[in-house]
Design a protein. Sequence first.
Length: 326
Amino acid sequence: MPERRRLTVALVVTGRVATEIDGLRRALGAAALRRVPPHITLVAPVNVRAEALDDAVEVVRRTGQQSQPLRLALGPAATFWPDAPVVYLQIGGDLNALGALQQQLSASELWRPRRPRERPFVPHVTLDQRIEPDRIPPALEALSRFRAQVTIDRVTILEWQEADRRWLAMSDVRLERPRVIGRGGLEVELSSTAVLEPAAAAFESAEWERWGEEVYGPFATPDEPYAITARIAGEIVGTATGALRGRLVRLGSLIVAAHWRSHGVGTHLVKAVERLGVERGAEVVRLEARLGSRAEVFYRDLGYDVTTLLPAWRHDRDFIVMERRL
């Protein structure tokens, strides 16, 4: 049976409004809270053949580039009951442009489900799709005053990841015409996205590999990612991730559950990273930490030294590069 990818096309709500909506979903006890971000569905989930994936992404890219950012009003809450036990936020604002975008996408054979629904398109942000019917009236009353304004500047393709049981962004397209430079000569189209589309990601991987062979030789060892998980009584309490790069181990992220900090979990994770480095013949562990933070003190206590200052590296905060020889 040919491989298929489970995809949906949506306008994903981000930022402060997304946080507020997730608060509403949490209060309602929505089961899908951790599985999908707040969004407006444009194309219902559909299985796309792997060999048609690039064409399907191209449809979304070309369609999105013909549109423009959408200014939308969210709220108040409404329901599809008795047709379905769903509580959602109504959508207002640029509805004509939103409807046109949805129709153009749905017109493509690649994004048309085998059994298309006969219901008209009702733009909405789902809060809870399996709410108990007797809870719907009080929920609508409690959310009757919710209002929010958002500007959505991109359309996103979400893919169902069975291993994580979540919908994650696979690709996105800005709702604007791409920038074209070099008119009259070599025309170059530039499009800005949050995630590389599959074809671009495949290009990047192949070109990096080719470039690496040119620079480092055909026998250079590629980066080797690693992930270490800490558990206590079966509960995940911390993770460490990064990559091995020859004689260097990069510690990309270290996180410990809040209620297990100051119990030695972080130290165990760092030591595990160091042991991994020694086993693979590495000589140095390198990481970044915010200047003046508890993390800096933590790593200093473990023998890490500051080697480089990174001014305004993240969120206008100064960071530092720290290393420890193994």
